[in-house]
Design a protein around this ligand. Structure first.
Ligand SMILES: Nc1ncnc2c1ncn2[C@@H]1O[C@H](COP(=O)(O)OP(=O)(O)OP(=O)(O)O)[C@@H](O)[C@H]1O
Length: 251
């Protein structure tokens, strides 16, 4: 008999996090269904990135629970969550600037192998990973730059590489932290199309300030302010909600 599939890809219950006296996550509860596109919005300092850090395991909550497809992952390390299908990008690009694109993506894939890497084994011996890295680069139209150092790339191209690296892990849940930040209009359109093309096998949770673009990609929206969930629901309802107006317009 197979186990019943859980209702939620990601379920957060009563999450709390404080830095000294500053409460940055206050009783946050969220339920995100498999395949959902969820946008997390809120003013600067609302606690969006801190929430992501706790979901990914980069930061431990003070209280509360995080479940991935029904499994409690609250105390698991980031790589253990990654093995269970959670992947994230960061607000700050995390590629190795001096290394080639192909090596960067290969290393990203290597980190996910159950055996991890063995330091005495040359990277070139992981041929299947290098091939997958090249497929990954091809998927975002950057294969022609595979042998170039990351420092040669334009900012928008680096963003695409980072996204491609996260996608190459075939995540079940993907956390995108401001994927459009700092992009030109043209780059924004390219990255938006890339996000829109992500398979429904992947649940997408995205923090983004560029509402014009991000709202198009979202089905559901959560508004955070001072570490609390203020409104949560279908995109169109959240947009017209009085409380959203209040937070953004101080009305
Ligand atoms: N490691 C830390 N130590 C102390 N305070 C922190 C730490 N990380 C975040 N904070 C504080 O927690 C609050 C929430 O920060 P966070 O980065 O989560 O907000 P955000 O909603 O992502 O903001 P932005 O939209 O500007 O990125 C801020 O007041 C921030 O200064």
């Amino acid at each position: 008999m197979t186990a019943p599939s859980p209702d939620f890809a990601l379920e957060i219950v009563g999450l709390n996090k404080a830095f000294g006296g500053l409460k940055v996550t206050q009783g946050v509860s969220l339920s995100i269904r498999p395949g959902e596109r969820r946008l997390i919005i809120g003013p600067n300092g609302a606690g969006k990135t801190t929430l992501f850090n706790q979901i990914s395991g980069d930061m431990r909550p003070n209280a509360g629970q995080i479940k991935l497809f029904g499994e409690d992952v609250t105390t698991l390390a980031p790589h253990q969550r990654a093995h269970r299908g959670l992947s994230r990008t960061y607000q700050i690009i995390t590629l190795f600037a001096g290394d080639t694109l192909e090596h960067n993506v290969t290393l990203g894939l290597l980190g996910l192998l159950p055996s991890r890497w063995q330091m005495w084994r040359p990277l070139s011996s992981y041929r299947h990973l290098a091939e997958e890295a090249r497929r990954t680069l091809d998927s975002v139209g950057l294969l022609h730059l595979a042998a170039h150092p990351v420092s040669d790339l334009a900012y928008g191209e680096k963003r695409r590489v980072e996204l491609a690296m996260a996608l190459s892990q075939k995540p079940r849940v993907l956390l995108l932290d401001e994927p459009l930040a700092g992009l030109s209009n043209a780059e924004r359109a390219t990255v938006k199309a890339l996000i829109a093309s992500i398979s429904k096998q992947t649940t997408v949770v995205m923090i983004e300030h560029d509402m014009d673009t991000a709202l198009d990609l979202a089905e559901t929206v959560t508004l955070l302010n001072y570490g609390k969930v203020i409104v949560d629901g279908q995109r169109d309802q959240v947009i017209v909600d009085e409380r959203t107006r209040e937070v953004y317009l101080g009305a």
